[in-house]
Design a protein around this ligand. Structure first.
Ligand code: SPD
Length: 344
């Protein structure tokens, strides 16, 4: 085998940064072809595949050399906000799909696997969460999940892009329902600036539901941001952030873990879930606690099923339960090796 080429048995690979840069134009470089359903030819978004007409293909430098595709029934919305391209389409197998800058953010069918986990992993790990902050999460799905917790008194959310909120309200009512809870205060603005202005020790939990670290969310993966998060948390408070895929992004995860280890003096853990429409079908979460009452993330001491009044409003949980909570922290050996090395 030529030098520098890895065999399939060396998998999982650490993705080389250089390779990512070569594909930096991603879907923006694709030609527009006849998509399915919706608008006139010249109006079709660039990520409607020119290779398989009528399919959406998710091409990005974040996952070079691969692209998951969904069959498009109808394009429901396309717009350009101050921050990104926004697309909603009806797929034939995953319901409606929300896409930002060519990258799938949620589908009606599998959003539960992400929103339930990113919310309940932190909130079920501490007793009596009262004040919660969501950074990003403009579709409202994380709010919906946080609202299931009866101990919570105040939920602030800071989302940079109002178009995401409006589009979610229009096309994803079962997700955007989270905005209807009277405990929710919506701030449209930059999450980094918002956090800097938060008085020290304000929140019991902060959830960072961001897009990938290219474009408007880049800063949410950097060390100064984690420092602001730690400052805004009370002693023994917890954060859960979107932390990409162990199959594709070990280099990003390594950096996040190393930064968090330096900043958070309580526990630092990595968990993951399956989301079929996210690249590689998995998505990870970084869970950290500040110094204070100790938090063992692997043991859900505040089970959501203890009080089931939320079921009347939002319906039953589809994905999360206490068993999957603990299981989410079991890592494949290749990931455990890297994460443990950085975490200790
Ligand atoms: N690769 C896409 C990652 C998107 C994570 N955020 C999704 C937002 C859903 N509330």
């Amino acid at each position: 085998m030529p030098e520098g080429v890895q065999s399939a048995t060396d998998l999982p690979l650490k993705r080389p940064r250089e390779e990512e840069n070569q594909e930096a134009n991603g879907c923006a470089a694709m030609e527009v072809n006849n998509g399915g359903g919706g608008g006139a030819l010249e109006e079709l978004p660039e990520c409607i595949s020119a290779v398989i007409p009528g399919w959406f293909s998710e091409i990005s430098p974040m996952w070079p050399g691969e692209a998951h595709s969904l069959k498009v029934e109808k394009i429901l919305f396309q717009g350009k906000s101050d921050y990104q391209n926004v697309l909603v389409f009806q797929s034939s197998t995953y319901g409606k799909v929300l896409v930002l800058d060519g990258v799938i953010q949620l589908t009606e069918r599998d959003e539960c696997a992400y929103q339930e986990m990113i919310a309940h992993l932190p909130l079920c790990s501490i007793p009596n969460p009262k004040k919660v902050l969501v950074i990003g999460g403009g579709d409202g799905g994380v709010l919906r999940e946080v609202s299931r917790h009866s101990s919570v008194e105040k939920i602030d959310i800071c989302e940079i892009d109002k178009m995401v909120v409006d589009v979610s309200r229009q096309f994803f009512p079962n997700v955007a329902v989270g905005f209807d809870d009277p405990r929710v205060n919506l701030h449209i603005g930059d999450g980094v600036a918002f956090l800097k202005a938060v008085p020290e020790g304000t929140y019991d939990a902060i959830i960072v539901d961001s897009s990938d670290p290219i474009g408007p969310a880049k800063e949410l993966f950097e060390k100064p941001f984690f420092a602001s998060v730690a400052k805004a948390l009370r002693a023994g408070g917890v954060v859960c952030t979107q932390a990409e895929s162990i199959w594709l992004h070990m280099h990003i995860i390594e950096d996040i873990v190393a930064n968090c280890r330096q900043i958070f003096e309580g526990s630092v853990n990595y968990a993951w879930t399956t989301v079929p429409t996210y690249p590689s079908g998995v998505m990870g979460f970084m869970l950290c606690a500040t110094e204070g009452p100790s938090v063992d993330f692997k043991k859900p001491i505040n089970p959501i099923d203890a009080d089931i009044s939320h079921v009347k409003t939002y319906g039953p949980l589809k994905f999360y339960n206490s068993e999957i909570h603990s299981a989410a922290f079991c890592l494949p050996s290749f990931a455990r090796k890297v994460i443990d090395a950085k975490a200790n």
